[in-house]
Design a protein around this ligand. Structure first.
Ligand code: TYM
Length: 336
């Protein structure tokens, strides 16, 4: 059972990324190793180039993200951890998959619609092609599972379609991967606007909790979280109560409990203030050690570069084999 996931080096990583995805990577690397396979995790710098970005900042953002993932518990001895642009097989496979992707497939992607609407000057062709590169990321490794947050559902659906289409047309070379979203925390919402997902680019500054925010800032953001005016306050999950539901989800995910446990424990709370404080405390307990390890790891860019470089070699060894098969069945490249 092989696992693959990717994460963008853009901006700072937030609690949604952490709970929705990073926690699953760390768990996935152990689960894959226990099954005699490997978890493969990638900082996707090529995906970050699809919107306006600053070239002078890109490498630093890759190091930031790599240090967060290592601090969270990715172990380069146990998993394969690398930078996407170090493995050119991803872009080659994306081109090949583009041959069986329709313009209509890509036009339907919600994330393209959202992101293109936000671009001020250029909507790049790469932004449109983004889901194909993402499919190539996973299919190049013949991965079985893709741990992601809920917002990546449609992209994973497309990569499954492309793998099936490829296999039907050229022969069974690719693995059709399964989506893996966490039971709790697949969609962490903005604390100030709980109808929208927490997001670095689309969210509110006050409602977005960053992994590297200090403990005081985290507490302040939770204390100010939007709830509702139910009187008496009801600490239950309910679609009509998005703020309270989000806090329950965060508290459950951060403390490794179920929603029901959290609701039962909070039944005796005096008000939403108790829920907010308990959630802030659980989040700080989760992130304190990550921030500490990050502070040790981030300054040593040579060491981070060495980890990513060694990971890229292992990744390439796998992806290049897939590409030999893909080229052969597609009829490109020299005679086998
Ligand atoms: P990215 O970098 O935007 O986000 C990384 C992961 O965080 C999850 N996520 C969330 N989960 C819960 N609540 C939220 N509010 C929230 N916001 C983000 C995302 O679902 C994601 O899992 N396209 C991908 C990167 C990618 C990739 C891949 C993923 C490139 N190639 C191959 C899987 C497989 C992305 O933009 O992630």
């Amino acid at each position: 059972m092989r696992i693959f996931s990717g994460i963008q080096p853009t901006g700072r990583k937030h609690l949604g990324n952490y709970i929705g995805a990073i926690v699953q990577y760390v768990e996935g690397q152990h689960r894959a190793a226990e099954h005699g396979d490997v978890g493969i995790f990638c900082v996707v710098d090529l995906h970050a180039m699809t919107v306006a970005y600053d070239p002078a900042e890109m490498r630093a953002r890759v190091y930031d993200t790599a240090a967060i993932l290592l601090a969270a518990g990715l172990d380069p001895e146990r998993c394969i951890f690398f930078r996407q642009s170090d493995v050119p097989e991803h872009t080659e496979l994306a081109w090949h998959l583009g041959a069986i992707t329709s313009h209509g497939d890509l036009n339907r992607m919600h994330q393209f619609k959202e992101k293109s609407a936000r671009q001020r000057d250029l909507v790049s062709a790469d932004l449109f092609f983004y889901p194909v590169l993402m499919a190539a990321d996973v299919l190049a490794y013949r991965a079985h599972e893709v741990p992601v947050g809920d917002d990546q559902r449609q992209h994973v659906e497309l990569m499954r379609d492309l793998a099936q289409r490829f296999n039907a047309r050229f022969g069974d070379e690719l693995v059709v991967p399964e989506l893996l979203v966490p039971a709790t925390g697949a969609r962490i919402m903005d604390l100030q606007a709980p109808d929208s997902k927490m997001s670095t680019t689309g969210g509110t500054a006050e409602g977005t909790v960053y992994v590297l925010d200090d403990a005081k800032t985290v507490e302040k953001k939770f204390k100010r979280a939007v709830t509702d005016s139910d009187d008496p306050p009801r600490i239950v999950r309910d679609p009509a109560k998005p703020g309270v539901t989000n806090l329950i989800d965060i508290l459950a995910a951060a403390s490794g409990r179920t929603h029901a446990d959290v609701e039962a424990e909070m039944a005796s709370a005096r008000g939403y203030g108790d829920l907010k404080l308990a959630t802030a405390a659980a989040v700080n307990a989760l992130l304190d050690p990550v921030r500490e390890r990050y502070a040790q790891l981030r300054p040593d860019e040579d060491a981070l570069e060495a980890v990513l470089g060694a990971g890229a070699q292992k990744a390439r060894a796998i992806a290049s084999e897939t590409l030999v098969d893909v080229r052969r069945v597609m009829g490109v490249g020299p005679r086998p």
